[in-house]
Design a protein around this ligand. Sequence first.
Ligand code: GRF
Length: 302
Amino acid sequence: MLEKLQQRWKVNGLNLVLIICTFALGGSLCGYAGRKILQLVSIDKGLLWFIVYIVLITLLWPICVLLVSIPLGQFGFFKRYLGKIWGRINGRRTRDGRQGTTVHEPWAMAHGRPTIAIFASGAGSNAKKIIESNPSFTIGLIVCNKPGAGVLQIAADNNIPALLIEKERFFKDDAYLEKLKAAEIDFIILAGFLWKIPKKLIEAFPNKIINIHPALLPNYGGKGMYGHHVHQAVVDAKEKESGITIHYVDELYDHGNIIFQAKCVVTENDTADTLAQKIHELEHEHYPRVAAQVIEQMQKQR
Ligand code: GRF
């Protein structure tokens, strides 16, 4: 139970204890203040007293909890916690004022340790490298569109929840936004994910989705340019170099702003397979680090 709370609120053990103390002390203070106020207005104990008392403590509770949270060093947590409750009561409005869920509101981002989802369709060697890099973020979910893909085993080996997604819901329904919200995902890393990212998801995670492409964009990108096809095209064109591109994701294939590129030499003897190996090495060397930097940068900007 306590472990679940810790994971849900993404706090360490000490903070969890302080949060629970804040709830307890804030609640007691609120009850005490409510009774004192009722004494002052001298309402006799009875149904009216009870109704006024309930209304009073409902109004006083957030104030008392916030007050107690200051000396216990939990003000930031409770400010966000109450904001979240208020958002729910209000039906959660988007930043542009429309009712709905188009813009995702990061929770953990403001809380110190962001939670990310890795989307992958294949073997998942990049996902594995990211997991093993001991990142400063929590990997809360592995999203995969291919039953039996290697990345699902990687998720299982690392006790990371996996979500197997279906075309219909991804492209025509909510794009699994509700699931991502439930897992409190702040940021998405694509690592060999072969489906196009729907507009709904891009709007919900503005500049919070990155991808790695196994070539030097803007060359050898776009629809159909994935995996082996990319390397074959590079070899066929007798390119002298290829490389990797890490970029933000927008609505077009392999099109968003470029964050990072690294190159490797393509020799006359290279085949699509040997080039794929060189590219994988580059990806494994750079993707975990660059992804971590982008996420850190984004946190600082908040
Ligand atoms: C990588 O080459 C990546 O650039 C591309 O898909 C491949 C995924 O490989 N988008 P893996 O599944 O991470 O091994």
